[in-house]
Design a protein around this ligand. Structure first.
Ligand code: BGC
Length: 796
């Protein structure tokens, strides 16, 4: 279906993504910035008028949400939804999608229920809806918030056309441990990058105006600190000091709230012993009192009833604790709908607590315009239009990270591929797998629209392309485990996993590689089986026989390009030592093959940078660049010296280096960039001036960046600081500015990064954000290893 207005809009987004999106803008201090729509007097007058007419049961109905479609958690209720909606006892549904299904329930709500309150339909729209874009971790690798905004915009537009006005996105959890499968849904390890992406996601979905017919309310998740799960095991407890909680983990949620986020989702984990879904400190004190949040909080799937497992009470008690802490809606929990009324009638919960919760839910429904326009438009749903595919291809191109590109005899730099490579072999279980390219969480992404790498390379190379799958994604042992945890029972795809005959297929792959000048290996991790929720891993290698395949193909002596397709940082140590070129391609979405081929052939010069450190060994996890200092630093700030340097009694491993294999911010290009010495606009600044500066800069760091190579390229220029003397120890480096800058060959551009309170503050032991006299070291460069240095002194 042609939609001219949408096309104009997409063109605009295209334009936006080529303008340098300088993300050095400050995040706000702690002034509450409620979403003006949710705070509007007229809207709240409508809420109050309606609230007055509601019975207790109808009020509680607004706090209940059930999944009436597929399940995205354990078990799913199978209730008489029509009846509940008619009685006004079901205010929200999830996993019901499409015009027909959503309108079915909405007609009942609007025509048969006493007060005609529309249902709010929610869904996991994570990285696009029908058009599947790269996974969020990949989008963070673009370091281009406008790319996330574009993805959110397309996702919201497509979701609204499917009757969904509420998306369970963005996930803004800081993820510093790739054993945790949900790192794929995150923006990685860094709060500054994570906050920039969080703001962009919210803007893209909500457009600063929830009432637009193509806006969707966000649900920022999972509040709070879900990514800090001990040992990277999903749903596990989180135990961390308040300074780290606030300075690192809470920052992206705060950014999202300040950007106007309409709803939040409470998380499954406990935080320092108090479950996040009944945590008055995070939900009430921080979210509402400090940040001024006017929207509502929905629990994660079943998280209210799971409070019983957290051992904080029986059903009625945990329902009361969750509601009183500030969880307004019970997702698939079966508790608010069954026990809250009794708690109110017996005087255990004051009805005003229920009223306040209902207000918050109704506010969002009014702000979305659902009372006036409750139905999904009767237009056919659209799948992956050419216009959106073009956007998906462009965005995916920005997310690929060139980890390594060493010259090879006779061919020079292995990438980009040139005509010198006459025959090209494509090998690997991810070379031609449509489903896997969509990532772990593409509810409505249809694999049949996916262009695989094999298809894309065949378009370019014709019969110069040779192909062999090499092996299966999983070993027989993996397959057996997965059958046990299978979602869909005996009929599910898990149950029919092919039992591999890897020994035979690896021999075939080696023969294929021998016939070619260059081999592209497409290896990684199964998004379908190994990534996303409930997919923690204790190892981080390639799954199944892929490592054997890699080693066997490298043993042919033919040059190998490794394309890694995975939703988490994998352990690539052997590959990094033996393979000349490595491209991290994540799960690239519907245009996977085209986007990867664009980079392999140099039509797109890679510009992605790692949003999370790649480890040498899983035992280093959680591994992140912004570590706190120790009294016995092993090898300087970033521990880059080899492990045999230095002495024994240092903070180090005996059997491995401390540093990342590929660090945060790392990513190569087909050209080279030169950084001049950065210059600070002033050498000193008084503490009082920084404290009074609000969001305004007190100094700027200027730097010239030159493209010294022969082709045009885009560099992500990164600014890091270190506070060298504070009352609370500060990380050895922290990202505090970045900008994507495109440079023609020989071109130089000047960039200015502002520094002010927002960039320089930290939490003291009184949990106040503050500034103290100190010297900030400042580095600017193309990764967290940046060496071009200046400094700023903050004086009494
Ligand atoms: C996940 C959430 C998701 C919800 C609804 C839960 O299991 O943790 O991220 O939004 O299900 O599908």
């Amino acid at each position: 279906m042609k939609r001219p207005a949408f096309r104009v809009f997409l063109n605009l987004l295209f334009a936006l993504t080529i303008v340098i999106p300088c993300c050095v803008a400050a995040s706000a201090q702690s002034a509450p910035a409620p979403n003006p729509q949710l705070a509007s007097k007229e809207l709240n007058a409508r809420v109050e008028a309606l609230l007055k007419q509601m019975t207790l049961d109808e009020k509680i109905g607004q706090l209940v949400q059930y999944s009436a479609g597929f399940a995205t958690g354990p078990g799913a209720s199978n209730l008489h939804y029509d009846e509940l909606v008619t009685k006004g006892q079901l205010g929200s549904m999830l996993n019901v999608t499409g015009v027909e299904a959503t309108n079915h329930y909405q007609h009942i709500a609007m025509e048969k229920s006493r007060l005609h309150i529309p249902i709010l339909f929610g869904l996991d729209v994570i990285h696009g809806h029908r058009t599947t874009f790269p996974v969020p971790l990949a989008l963070a690798a673009s370091w281009d918030p406008s790319a996330a905004e574009t993805v959110a915009r397309v996702g919201a537009t497509e979701a609204r056309a499917d009757g969904i006005a509420w998306v369970f996105s963005p996930m803004v959890d800081i993820a510093r441990d790739p054993r945790w499968g949900r790192i794929i849904e995150s923006s990685g390890e860094d709060p500054y990058l994570g906050s920039a992406m969080a703001r962009a996601w919210v803007k893209g979905y909500q457009q600063d105006d929830l009432s637009k017919p193509d806006s969707a309310a966000v649900s920022v998740k999972h509040f709070a600190a879900y990514g800090g799960a001990i040992a990277g095991r999903d749903y596990n407890a989180v135990d961390m000091g308040e300074i780290t909680l606030r300075q690192v983990y809470l920052e992206p949620y705060r950014a999202a709230v300040e950007a106007g986020a309409a709803t939040m989702m409470s998380s499954f984990n406990s935080i320092n012993g108090v479950p996040a879904t009944a945590n008055p400190f995070t939900l009430n004190q921080i979210l509402r009192k400090e940040w001024g949040f006017d929207g509502f909080v929905v629990s994660d799937w079943g998280a209210v009833s799971e409070l019983i497992n957290h051992s904080i009470g029986d059903g009625p008690t945990v329902a009361r604790k969750a509601l009183e802490a500030g969880v307004e809606m019970d997702m698939e929990g079966n508790l608010y709908g069954t026990v809250l009324a009794g708690q109110v009638r017996s005087g255990k919960i004051h009805e005003s607590v229920v009223d306040e919760a209902v207000r918050r839910v109704l506010r969002v429904k009014f702000a979305l315009g659902l009372f006036d326009h409750p139905y999904a438009p009767e237009s056919p749903a659209y799948d992956a239009t050419p216009e959106r595919r073009a956007v998906a291809r462009k965005v995916a191109g920005e997310t690929l990270v060139l980890l390594k590109n060493d010259p090879v005899e006779g061919l020079g730099d292995l990438l980009p591929l040139t005509a010198k490579a006459k025959k090209v072999a494509l090998i690997g279980p991810l070379a031609d797998n449509q489903r896997e390219m969509l990532g772990a969480w593409a509810v409505k992404g249809d694999p049949k629209y996916v262009v695989t790498l094999k298809t894309a390379l065949a378009e370019r190379l014709g019969n110069r392309l040779l192909y062999a799958p090499g092996c299966e994604m999983l070993s027989g042992e993996d397959a057996n485990v997965l059958k046990q945890v299978s979602f869909g029972g005996a009929d599910s795809a898990h149950a029919s996993l092919p039992l591999p005959d890897d020994a035979k297929t690896i021999v075939e792959a080696v023969e294929t590689a021998r016939k070619a000048d260059v081999t592209i290996l497409a290896l990684g991790e199964s998004a379908d089986w190994m990534e996303g929720e409930a997919s923690s891993r204790a190892t981080l290698g390639f799954t199944g026989a892929q490592e054997q395949l890699l080693e066997a193909v490298v043993a042919t002596g033919k040059p190998v390009i490794l394309v890694v397709l995975a939703g988490r940082p994998l352990e690539l140590k052997w590959a990094a030592n033996h393979v000349p070129a490595i491209l991290e391609a994540w799960s690239p979405g519907v245009e996977a093959g085209h986007a990867v081929a664009d980079v392999l052939f140099g039509d797109v010069n890679p510009s992605g940078k790692l949003p999370a450190s790649l480890p040498r060994a899983v035992g280093q996890e959680p591994l992140y660049y912004a570590q706190l200092p120790t009294g016995r630093p092993a090898h300087g700030d970033l521990s880059r010296l080899p492990r045999n340097a230095g002495e024994k009694f240092m903070s180090r491993y005996m059997d491995e280096e401390n540093s990342a294999l590929f660090p945060f911010g790392w990513g190569l290009s087909y050209t080279r960039f030169r950084y001049d010495q950065p210059a600070i606009s002033r050498a000193e600044v008084p503490v009082s001036e920084v404290l009074a500066s609000g969001h305004k800069p007190v100094a700027t760091v200027g730097v010239d960046v030159k493209n010294t190579g022969k082709v045009a390229g885009t560099e992500v220029v990164q600014l890091y600081i270190r506070n060298t003397s504070a009352s609370v120890e500060q990380p050895v480096r922290e990202l505090k500015g970045f900008a994507r800058v495109s440079l023609a060959p020989g071109e130089t551009k000047h960039l200015d990064f502002p520094l002010g309170f927002d960039e320089l503050n930290f939490y003291n032991v009184e949990i106040q954000r503050t500034i103290e006299p100190t010297t900030y070291k400042i580095w600017v460069g193309g990764s967290s290893l940046a060496t071009a240095e200046t400094s700023l002194k903050v004086v009494e």
